[in-house]
Design a protein around this ligand. Structure first.
Ligand code: SAH
Length: 376
């Protein structure tokens, strides 16, 4: 298995401002060179030393290659929805594959990032879960997915003209709270003000989890107002034990208890993710049971029509069952939306990311973004 033990190269985005300055000094530059590099990377979205004319020519290439190594190489690009949805397959230094998906909407641009190569949570309906975990991504590998999207948008390479990334969702490959330390560093870099970070609003970042209760509680204590999404998928432990195997360890009541405490600590409404699976979890009584759990809580239900994965015995609920499920929640005043199926044609919708298993498959290969400039 590639990269089970080796670590990705150190990158500026792994480091806080003080550590960047120390690293620049160690490399023989003045400490403020660390700040200059951060400005290039986070504000100008470049890691090309040729563009860093404020750095002395003699040390520029050395600093850039030591602190801005290229971590991810775009191996394949796919687009759909008239270019408004764009999936990138990335190859890491060790050959591990991850994917990110950029989705442009009228009033926002959301990037869905991976936090691990593969995933160890083994949810049976999720394509990523089938392949198992390859390794954790480093903070900089997570941030690099957002920087690449931000760069493509800033340069007008995404349909709809120049723009910026407004939202980040940790709903790509991996369980973010199982890679806690690196995800926390990445959250800081994404939300630190420009030019120390990307300046994305904390409230516009969503961390989605299967429900690792101790990690949810740690997150709530970080003082970050990020939005929490809980992948519930069933209101009862019996079914959830099957759909989200980690439920055998932390039950529905404990997971929701931690979620409500997060809402209390941050003031952020918790997003309850529920993939509607035909005749499995879409019964009226389950909608009623779900409403009972959420009634009066700071929560919003996101129903996701199941994206069937290859070889799966499950399929999406019928439109009629979906409407009834929505109606049952609305009748109890539970806010609910049905998620759009952005990216479905390019296997870029929820739960379809399985790059490591299928790196070379896929129709409609549209090279839209240029390769990330090399640091050399
Ligand atoms: N590990 C995290 C984040 C990754 S997935 C988590 O589980 O929350 C993001 C969302 O997509 C989760 O709610 C996940 O359960 C859901 N999902 C996975 N496979 C899916 C599929 N085949 N169809 C619809 N949603 C799916």
């Amino acid at each position: 298995m590639p990269g089970t033990r080796s670590r990705p190269p150190r990158h500026l985005a792994d480091l806080d401002p003080a550590a960047r300055r120390a690293a620049a000094a160690e490399l023989g530059g003045e400490p403020f060179r660390g700040d200059q590099l951060a400005r290039h990377y986070f504000a100008r979205l470049t890691d090309d030393p040729g563009e860093m004319t404020d750095l002395p020519a003699a040390t520029r290439a050395g600093l850039a290659s030591a602190l801005l190594p290229r971590l991810l190489t775009a191996e394949r690009e796919q687009s759909c929805d008239q270019g408004m949805t764009h999936k990138t397959l990335w190859r890491a230094f060790d050959g591990a594959y991850v994917e990110s998906v950029l989705m442009r909407y009228p009033a926002r641009v959301t990037i869905c990032v991976s936090s691990q190569a593969g995933c160890g949570m083994a949810c049976p309906f999720c394509a990523t879960g089938q392949a198992g975990l390859t390794r954790n991504l480093s903070a900089a590998e997570i941030v690099a997915q957002v920087v690449a999207g931000a760069r493509a948008l800033a340069r007008g390479e995404v349909a709809g003209g120049p723009g910026r990334v407004s939202n980040v969702v940790f709903m790509g490959m991996g369980e973010p709270l199982a890679n806690y330390a690196q995800v926390m560093i990445a959250l800081r870099r994404l939300t630190d003000p420009v030019p120390s970070g990307l300046g994305i609003s904390q409230r516009s970042v969503t961390v989605s989890t299967v429900g690792l209760v101790p990690a949810i509680r740690r997150l709530s204590a970080e003082g970050l107002s990020v939005t929490l999404a809980v992948s519930l998928h069933a209101p009862d432990d019996e079914l959830r034990d099957e759909l989200v195997p980690v439920n055998k360890r932390w039950k529905v009541a404990e997971v929701l208890g931690a979620a409500w405490d997060h809402a209390g600590a941050t003031g952020r409404r918790v997003s309850i993710e529920y993939a509607l699976i035909r005749d499995v979890n879409d019964q009226r009584w389950r909608a009623g049971a779900l409403a009972g759990l959420l009634s009066g809580k700071l929560a919003h239900v996101n129903l996701i029509p199941l994206n069937p994965t290859p070889g799966s015995r499950w399929t999406a609920s019928t439109p009629g069952a979906t409407r009834e499920f929505v109606a049952a929640l609305e009748a109890r005043q539970i806010p609910v939306t049905v998620r759009d199926t952005r990216g479905r044609q390019i296997d870029g919708a929820c739960g379809q990311l399985a790059a490591s298993a299928r790196p070379s498959e896929g129709p409609r290969v549209l090279p839209l973004m240029p390769p990330v400039p090399s640091a050399e």
